[in-house]
Design a protein around this ligand. Structure first.
Ligand SMILES: *Cc1c(COP(=O)(O)O)cnc(C)c1O
Length: 372
């Protein structure tokens, strides 16, 4: 019997390589509260990602909530409906009103040309997402933010290691938030981080992720517990040794899909970005009316063959009950996002996916219902 193939499979280093790290934790009995592995992992990540300061977190959702707190964001924040729900949940957790604007047809990231019309006197920030790790139009977004004196926080959960025209995409905006969840390109089981531009901002964020403690006897903010444990930090250090090899394998799968699906009518592969360094986190395709099956029918057909793609992102965030009553959530206002969410399918991609399976997925898509 053939094994079922899912959209992703967590990437793990060889277990025996992790044992020395665990022995050090067991010997030192330092389990958390920013111990030696936490410190080392922050330094190693700064070097790998080419960023100045980083604050590790237990996950990206708490990091997003804390990033908004650190910059004292309130009122309204302009964001995208085409993302994972944690993006906007972080706004609601801060009592902020999300304002959705439509996305760009090519990148499926927030469309900068739609942002200006959504700005009101209550607007304090923009929360874009580098969807699938494809960079947002960071220059256009920054220009609007400068003109209207808004902060920019990037949900960079998909964008580990991604570079755009001027180096790491993580250096754009006021803060960027990474996720190291099991399903992401780079994982620490659970984990996240905030990229900070300066030491002062990092110090405030470090305070906020540790209950607002400032020294042994002083508490200066209503902080939360967002600290990454030594276990996760140690795993992260080890994962960093393997990430480049993992990205090479992802790139090979990406290239094979692009090659194999070229010329299949009704199938568009997203994100064939020229000059930027990509991380091949996802392999999103659009299934349009020129394809013989509707997107959901293709999804069902692949499942009968043991292949389990995912409809990231369907439904849109703006369709969920806590968001759909917002004035900006109407489908008519979000035509590009609505269409994309009805056509999107993310195909399996992960370092251990073998090329024979990739070839089989291509074959099944190119010739639906004709294969055994
Ligand atoms: C995964 C993800 C998050 C949440 O990350 P966690 O580390 O699981 O909290 C936030 N935003 C986007 C776009 C994501 O894909």
């Amino acid at each position: 019997m053939k094994r079922d193939i899912y959209v992703t499979q967590p990437f793990l280093p060889p277990l025996q390589e992790f044992m020395p790290y665990l022995e050090r934790i067991w010997d030192s009995k330092v389990l958390t509260n920013c111990g030696p592995f936490h410190h080392q992992f922050e330094e190693a990540l700064c070097a790998y990602l080419d960023v100045k300061h980083i604050a590790l977190f237990s996950n990206a959702t708490i990091a997003l909530i804390t990033a908004l707190q650190a910059l004292r964001i309130g009122g309204e924040v302009i964001t995208t409906p085409y993302s994972f729900v944690a993006t906007t949940h972080s706004l609601l957790w801060n009592g902020i009103k999300p304002v959705f604007v439509d996305i760009d047809t090519r990148t499926l990231n927030i469309n900068p040309a739609r942002i200006e019309a959504a700005i009101t006197p209550q607007t304090t920030a923009i929360l874009p997402v580098h969807c699938y790790g494809h960079p947002c139009d960071v220059d256009a977004i920054q220009k609007i933010a400068d003109t209207y004196n808004l902060k920019v926080i990037y949900d960079a959960a998909h964008a580990f290691g991604v570079e755009c025209h001027c180096g790491s995409v993580l250096n754009h905006g006021d803060l960027s938030v990474l996720s190291f969840h099991a399903t992401k390109v780079f994982n620490t089981f659970e984990g996240g981080a905030i990229i900070c531009p300066d030491a002062k901002t990092k110090a405030r964020i470090d305070q906020l992720k540790n209950f607002g403690h400032a020294g042994e006897t002083n508490v200066v903010a209503t902080g939360i517990n967002g600290k990454m444990s030594e276990f996760n930090a140690a795993l992260g250090l080890l994962q960093l040794k393997h990430i480049d090899a993992a990205l090479v394998k992802r790139a090979q799968i990406d290239a094979a899909y692009r090659d194999g699906l070229r010329g299949v009518p009704g199938i568009t592969c997203l994100g064939d970005a020229g000059e930027s360094k990509r991380n091949f986190a996802y392999f999103p395709i659009l299934v349009d009316p020129a394809y013989p099956l509707a997107r959901d029918a293709l999804n069902d057909w692949l499942k009968t063959q043991g292949i389990h793609p995912r409809r990231y992102f369907y439904p849109l965030i703006s369709e969920f009950p806590m968001y759909r009553g917002l004035p900006s959530a109407g489908r008519a206002l979000l035509p590009v996002a609505t269409k994309a969410s009805s056509e999107i399918l993310c195909l399996p991609i992960y370092p251990d996916l073998d090329m024979a399976t990739v070839a089989r997925v291509i074959e099944l898509i190119a010739h639906p219902h004709t294969q055994g």
